[in-house]
Design a protein around this ligand. Structure first.
Ligand code: NAI
Ligand code: MG
Length: 496
């Protein structure tokens, strides 16, 4: 067996089993069970991880409740801010290590995970700012007599956070950041495919001095640990990111205690290219809107609508661009496209490649799994452009979550708005044009949570992100995100 030198050198991968973090302690699963986390570039086992189940979730929720009712509830905004800033400093100090762990555990290229530094630190420092910016309102009322009425913003309580594998470090920060800012406590269940960075981040939470029970991390599978967290009667809110099918189960599971739910789900986002666009920018822009992270991004612009007059030229150029991208082991600094996260995801994506061909779509590039040399041991699919796609094909309607573009021609602006919206989802969208009128018409016309014009996938901690329709509800980032973790209490005082 060949062992990748990067793996043996990673300080976190020391051969010891990884335990779960509950109430400030590192514990084995109540059942004693473990599962393996795999490097998708090589198929090798990185670490064995404690496998949480309902009993572990119970322990973690109890710890989170005690912490919520205990000293944590007395922490002043300044103190919560200081903890978030301290955590940000630790993440900065260990950033290269965290990025490498994401790369090894879920396969995003090292160039991508190290490139996330500004975003990871920016989020933590943004939430640190939000911690001291929470306030209610004094509201004039019209009751006869004298009453003062005002609102208090209070933390919602114990939050269950369930995250997917496509960006473990930033997904974890995106959940625990607002929880810490608002004074909530959190039980986070990482994805079974990529639990390592969330566990390493829990070590940094401990080092930062975040009190026991405020942040708990319980790795395990969706149907067991995840389901137990989603249905737990003492959890006040679930913040979920993942597939719409699991999102529907989360909503059903929430009914028992009517816990609050926020959902950031998948998409089949339209990316619209007009003939008047700066095509030199639009070619790589539309390509990377899908190929980045091997297509494993919820808001990937996978339905590429191209104006008829440039359809052949533009799709040929995107296909040519896709062939220039270097696919390979994600630990290699030159790699631009890494593997898919797992054998299961590989089956899913190659299944859609076959479906696309059966439906009559024409692959201009990619289209088959890569198995040359060492790649046979990993889960590699090259960037793929399907031409001759129509709106009703499954590859144009269903989320593939792989590096697969479905390119569709269009003739007019009204038509493309209507067709862009002909999907159950509404997360991201893109528009490439030099015409400001068209840009505005699409920005208004597309029913989706984000519209990117002459760019794609721009994100900032201060700018809200989330879905319309089956892409979910609630917003992450921005002031709206913090509100998701707060209750509003109205107080009335009769003064005369
Ligand atoms: P998933 O939605 O099943 O998994 C996401 C998280 O939910 C994981 O932590 C998982 O353990 C947990 N989970 C699964 N079943 C659960 C349940 N019954 N109760 C509570 N938690 C549960 O997604 P999966 O299976 O990893 O990927 C399948 C497809 O979903 C992908 O091919 C992709 O199309 C989509 N997806 C979309 C994501 C997004 O960011 N929008 C992220 C991950 C997957
Ligand atoms: Mg893994």
């Amino acid at each position: 067996m060949t062992v990748d030198i990067q793996i043996t050198r990673h300080p976190y991968l020391d051969g010891k089993p990884k335990r779960m973090y509950i109430d400030g302690k590192w514990l084995e699963a109540a059942s004693g069970k473990t599962f393996d986390s795999i490097n998708p570039s090589t198929g090798e086992v990185l670490a064995s991880v404690a496998e949480g189940d309902a009993e572990d979730i119970d322990r973690a929720v109890a710890a989170a409740r005690r912490a919520f009712n205990g000293p944590w509830s007395k922490f002043k905004p300044f103190q919560r801010q200081a903890l978030l800033l301290k955590l940000a400093d630790l993440v900065e100090q260990y950033f290269d290590e965290l990025a490498a762990l994401d790369t090894l555990d879920m396969g995003a290229p090292i160039s991508r995970t190290t490139g996330n530094k500004l975003r990871a630190l920016g989020m933590l420092r943004y939430y640190a700012g939000q911690a001291v910016s929470i306030h209610g309102e004094t509201i004039e009322n019209s009751l006869p007599g004298e009453y003062v009425s005002f609102t208090l913003k209070e933390p919602v309580g114990v939050v269950g956070a369930i995250i997917p594998w496509n960006g473990p470090l930033t997904a974890t920060i995106w959940k625990i950041g607002p929880a810490l800012a608002t004074g909530c406590t959190v039980v986070l269940k990482p994805a079974e495919e990529a639990p390592l960075t969330p566990l390493r981040l829990a070590e940094l939470c401990q080092e930062a001095g975040i009190p026991p029970g405020v942040v708990n991390v319980v790795p395990g599978f969706g149907e067991t640990a995840g389901a137990a967290l989603a249905s737990h009667p003492d959890v006040d809110k679930v913040a979920f990111t993942g597939s719409h099918l699991t999102g529907q189960k989360i909503v059903q599971a929430s009914a028992g205690n009517l816990k609050r739910v926020s959902l950031e789900l998948g998409g089949k986002s339209p990316d619209v290219v007009f003939a008047d666009a700066d095509l030199d920018a639009a070619v790589p822009g539309a390509g990377m809107a899908v190929f980045a992270n091997s297509g494993q991004i919820c808001s990937a612009g996978t339905r590429l609508f191209v104006e008829k007059t440039i359809y052949d030229e533009f799709t040929a150029r995107v296909a040519a661009f896709s062939k220039t991208l270097r696919v390979g082991n994600s630990a290699n600094p030159d790699t631009q496209i890494g593997p898919l996260v797992s054998a299961e995801q590989l089956d899913r994506v190659t299944g859609y490649l076959a479906i696309g061909r059966q439906e009559g779509a024409r692959p201009l590039s990619g289209g088959e799994r890569l198995t040359d040399g060492d790649m046979a041991k990993g889960y590699f699919v090259p960037p793929t452009v399907f031409a001759d796609v129509n709106d009703d094909m499954r590859i144009a309607q269903e989320e593939i979550f792989g590096p697969v573009i479905a390119a569709i021609p269009f003739a007019s602006i009204d038509e493309v708005i209507e067709r862009a919206n002909r999907t159950g989802f509404g997360l991201g969208s893109g528009v490439w044009t030099r015409d400001v009128t068209k840009a505005h018409q699409l920005a208004r016309g597309i029913r989706a949570g984000s519209v990117w014009i002459n760019c794609y996938q721009a994100m900032d901690p201060a700018v809200p992100f989330g879905g319309y329709k089956m892409s979910g509800y609630g917003r992450e980032s921005g002031k709206q995100h913090v509100e998701e973790y707060l209750n509003v209490k109205s107080v009335w005082i009769k003064t005369a």
